[in-house]
Ligand binder design. Structure first.
Ligand code: DAH
Length: 328
């Protein structure tokens, strides 16, 4: 047999063998048989040294061409085996399996907490409303019975915008907006961002979220407030959670309380609340004789941190997927 026809012979064999490959094991066996150290191609190459001149050149080229052909057929087969439908053999192709999907995003834990709390209040008959983040001094302070000389009006505690407006420092602004635009009875909650020029640390951020609540009707009592907040906190933190109402001061409510829940061995302050101050009703043109109401405000980050044991508020804002994926 001439040298060139022995190359042709191996090529014909390879063609036949390639057609018989059905799985990765057979593919590997083929690779070793042809391209391995003692494979058929090595044998053909050994002959090169024994040839000379034109014959060596022609033979060498034929062997090299065949090597390349086999290599490219192999890599093509490999591609088919790993990419699915054409595959046969040991791992059967199952067309009923769901497709591989790209990883989907998920709702941010702060939004999840807002949605969960909103859902609870919607079940109690509250409506979710929103107000602007850039506010007037009137809505953020004056109408809420916060006196002109109150320290929170200071530039150190509020971000002011050039035109005299400000970034709201509390969602209580929405109480005013909603009462100005509607008549009682009202039951609303208002989730949203608030801003304060606080130094950022594990428990402070210059921006965070609050949920404001307001219920106004002819006969709304402090007892209603207690009942609703207890119900809400027990839904959120567990049905046996102890709830404590502690006297406090807020300018826009009278009487005012801070509300704590029993957590471990201690008490955790969880929200502020009270009966709407008559001056607030006056500011929005409601009758202080006929109308009563209560309000409350809570910090969303704080709620989420307590519930999930999150140690640092900054985790919410860093977009670190290792953190966020725990809430998907
Ligand atoms: N606005 C208060 C704050 O940011 C929270 C608050 C306390 C809201 C008592 C209320 C309330 O509606 O009645 O600290």
């Amino acid at each position: 047999m001439s040298d060139l026809s022995s190359v042709q012979n191996v090529q014909d064999q390879a063609k036949g063998d390639l057609e018989k490959i059905h799985n990765p094991q057979e593919l590997e066996a083929f690779r070793i048989a042809y391209l391995g150290k003692k494979g058929k191609l090595s044998l053909l190459m050994e002959r090169i040294k024994e040839l000379s001149g034109e014959a060596k050149k022609d033979y060498g080229k034929a062997v090299n061409d065949l090597k390349r052909l086999i290599e490219s057929s192999l890599s093509e087969l490999k591609g088919k085996q790993t990419s699915g439908p054409a595959q046969t053999g040991s791992i059967p192709y199952d067309p009923t399996l769901p497709p591989l999907r790209p990883r989907q995003g998920s709702i941010h834990p702060i939004t999840q907490t807002i949605q969960e709390i909103s859902k609870l209040f919607v079940r109690l008959g509250f409506e979710t409303v929103q107000g602007p983040e850039i506010e007037t001094e009137y809505h953020n302070f004056t109408a809420l019975n916060i006196p002109l000389d109150h320290p929170s009006r200071d530039a150190f505690d509020t971000f002011y915008v050039d035109d005299g407006r400000l970034l709201r420092s509390q969602t209580s602004t929405v109480q005013i907006r909603i009462m100005q635009s509607r008549k009682p009875p009202l039951s609303i909650i208002a989730p949203g961002r608030v801003y304060r020029p606080d130094a950022v640390d594990a428990s402070h951020s210059f921006m965070f979220h609050q949920i404001e609540g307001l219920m106004v009707d002819q006969e709304t009592t402090f007892g209603d407030l207690k009942g609703i907040l207890k119900l809400f906190l027990r839904e959120l933190f567990g049905s046996k959670t102890a709830v404590r109402f502690r006297p406090h001061y807020f300018p826009f409510t009278e009487p005012s309380v801070e509300v704590d829940i029993r957590w471990g061995k201690g008490w955790l302050e969880i929200l502020g609340a009270g009966c709407v101050h008559p001056n607030v009703f006056k500011a929005v043109g409601y009758s202080t004789q006929k109308i009563k109401g209560f309000a409350f405000g809570l910090g969303v980050e704080r709620m989420a941190m307590i519930r999930h044991g999150i140690p640092d508020i900054r985790l919410f804002y860093e977009n670190d997927l290792r953190f966020l994926r725990q809430f998907s």
